[in-house]
Design a binder for this molecule. Structure first.
Ligand code: ADA
Ligand code: CA
Ligand code: CA
Length: 380
């Protein structure tokens, strides 16, 4: 039995009130984030998401890690064109500001610091996300203020010094995927998109489909948790490779024995990949971020090996459909998994087998969900 380790505590941080003098006073505009809500990818012990919208420049959110992290302000109403981020420890290097729903990158850059004013073209976004793509250590973000309308207002640019952990990714400039560092040797190499293709119907694959590192989307699908959305790809047999899964619909569906290679999900929507019919599948070199609930979903008997994956942010990495017993056999090797709220594997089937081998984890609650069922759950 694997012990459930509660990762989030609720103690108050002993936050030094170092930067209290840094409040914008001139040209007061109203901060749309006051009274808004917040969520994010992970919380270090003692911090909480809401600290970025509490109007207190001494209280902060801090994630568990220093890359692949996110903090979002949500419940905003009206359009905005500027954000002020107040960071206490000058840790952030690469960041992106994203309209969460459309996934549009509003701005990106290097360095935050005590008062970073970030302007962008006016957008009617209800949820705005700050992605920390790299930092010298876990950043402490005290406030995210959101302003709309006529421009002007406070928030000095603090410059971009302070980080010693500079990576040499370039700016890209392409909207959509940004620069996402993945540890070498694992993950997908399709990091910047070579173009966008939107299908009106699910693309069925038999044989080999080489996507050339373009972004593939499905029209009609949004990025909600609504069940029954169309998949972008249905792999019936063969190989799907070199694809960026655009934030629409229900990702990839598997209908038979197949291989999935070098695939990147910048932001998982309903689920990243679902087994719909019995299949033997090999999945190699994938990168995926921010699955709200499940990353992989098994709705049929499956024998799956995942190798060299980088997955950051999920409720569960794999869920065998609730109450079902197909069974499934699922193995993850030579990978990195971060920020998993519930468990890597969750199943209600005492015939299903799970294993991980050489998988680096951080911010992962449990390997197999302790209240579920399984035949075996091995960490090798
Ligand atoms: C949920 C839902 C299932 C199925 C699944 C999926 O678990 O309860 O009925 O739709 O998601 O395939 O995404
Ligand atoms: Ca605060
Ligand atoms: Ca689902």
């Amino acid at each position: 039995m694997i012990l459930f380790k509660r990762l989030l505590s609720v103690t108050t941080p002993i936050a030094a009130m170092l930067l209290m003098g840094n409040i914008d006073s001139a040209h007061a505009q109203s901060n749309m984030a006051q009274g808004a809500k917040a969520d994010g990818s992970s919380k270090a012990s003692g911090s909480s998401y809401g600290k970025v919208v509490d109007g207190n420049n001494g209280s902060y959110w801090q994630p568990k890690g220093s890359s692949g992290e996110r903090i979002s302000v949500k419940g905003l109403s009206g359009s905005s064109n500027r954000v002020v981020v107040r960071e206490l420890n000058n840790a952030t290097n690469r960041w992106r500001l994203v309209d969460h729903k459309s996934k549009k990158v509003l701005a990106s850059g290097s360095g935050l610091g005590s008062s970073k004013s970030i302007s962008y073209s006016s957008v009617n976004a209800q949820k705005i996300s700050l992605y920390i793509d790299s930092a010298s250590r876990a950043p402490q973000i005290a406030e995210i203020e959101v302003y709309g309308g006529g421009g002007g207002g406070g928030g000095d640019n603090s410059g971009s010094s302070g980080s010693s952990d500079d990576d040499d990714d370039d700016d890209g400039g392409n909207s959509g995927s940004g620069n996402i560092p993945t540890p070498s040797g694992i993950g997908s190499s399709c990091k910047s998109s070579k173009g966008t293709v939107t299908f009106s119907e699910t693309k069925k694959i038999n044989g080999t489909f080489d996507g050339g590192c373009k972004t593939y989307r499905i029209s009609g699908g949004d990025c909600s948790q609504k069940e029954g959305q169309k998949a972008i790809f249905r792999v019936e047999s063969g190989t799907l490779k070199n694809v960026i899964v655009g934030p629409t619909g229900d990702g990839i569906h598997i209908w038979g024995d197949s291989k999935i290679e070098n695939v990147y999900w910048p932001n998982v929507c309903e689920d990243a990949l679902t087994i719909k019919k019995p299949a033997k599948v090999t999945i190699t070199n994938i990168t995926g971020y921010d699955a709200s609930d499940k990353f992989f979903q098994a709705n049929a008997k499956a024998d799956v090996v995942v190798r060299r994956a980088y997955i950051s942010g999920a409720g569960k990495v794999l869920r065998e459909n609730g109450g079902k017993c197909y069974p499934v056999k699922w193995r993850i090797e030579d990978s990195e998994i971060r920020n998993v709220k519930e468990a890597i594997f969750r199943s209600d089937c005492n015939k299903s087998e799970f294993s991980i081998k050489n998988v680096k984890t951080s911010g992962v609650s449990q390997v197999c969900y302790s209240k579920g069922k399984y035949k075996s759950c091995k960490v090798e």
